[in-house]
Design a protein around this ligand. Structure first.
Ligand SMILES: Cc1cc2nc3c(=O)[nH]c(=O)nc-3n(C[C@H](O)[C@H](O)[C@H](O)COP(=O)(O)O)c2cc1C
Length: 166
């Protein structure tokens, strides 16, 4: 098949095709000198088992990346089907870092990162690499602890809406 020049997709075309990709929902959190902040993401991906590396892609405009760079660590909470409220809360624009997650129950990992209480799983990470790419930044962490409540169904995001497996 001969290669033909095709114009780059518009932002709407790109969003439309990407919305057909089903994913889990996670919240990335960090503790930057006692100030906590978190963000809902669908871009969580495992990168490597040896060494244990995971990745999230964060919009450049978001303050979370610079907080992670200062704190040198972050955590990822994998949300269960019961945690839509946490997903909505951490996707709300205009929030400020606070000493506590006042509206959503949190708990601490042994490494001192906040995670969302009752999550299906969590991973605490030390910062491994920060790779700016276009309007997002790939944040790669080296996993230093895991936990969670495995007896739960995952929250799924597909076609711009939350879905459940069962
Ligand atoms: C299901 C879902 C997945 C999202 N995934 C990402 C993501 O992977 N990366 C990202 O930067 N923002 C993602 N967002 C958007 C952020 O959670 C947030 O809504 C947005 O950055 C606005 O908040 P801010 O003003 O604090 O930046 C996602 C939102 C939702 C609801």
């Amino acid at each position: 098949m001969s290669e033909q020049e095709q114009p780059e997709p518009t932002a709407d075309e790109l969003r439309s095709v990407l919305s057909r990709w089903a994913s889990g929902v996670a919240v990335v959190t960090t503790n930057d000198n006692g100030l906590l902040y978190g963000l809902t993401v669908s871009s969580f991906t495992s990168v490597s088992l040896d060494p244990p590396l995971v990745l999230v892609s964060l919009a450049n405009a978001n303050r979370l990346t610079s907080m992670i760079e200062t704190s040198h660590g972050f955590a990822v909470s994998l949300l269960s089907a019961q945690q839509e409220a946490a997903s909505n809360y951490f996707a709300r624009p205009g929030r400020l870092p606070t000493p506590d997650f006042t509206e959503i129950a949190g708990e601490w990992t042994p490494s001192g990162q906040p995670v969302i209480a009752g999550s299906l799983g969590w991973l605490s990470c030390s910062l491994h690499a920060v790779l700016p790419q276009g309007d997002h930044t790939l944040v790669i962490g080296r996993v230093n602890g895991t936990g969670g409540d495995v007896d739960q169904e995952p929250l799924v995001y597909w076609s711009r809406a939350y879905r459940r497996i069962t």
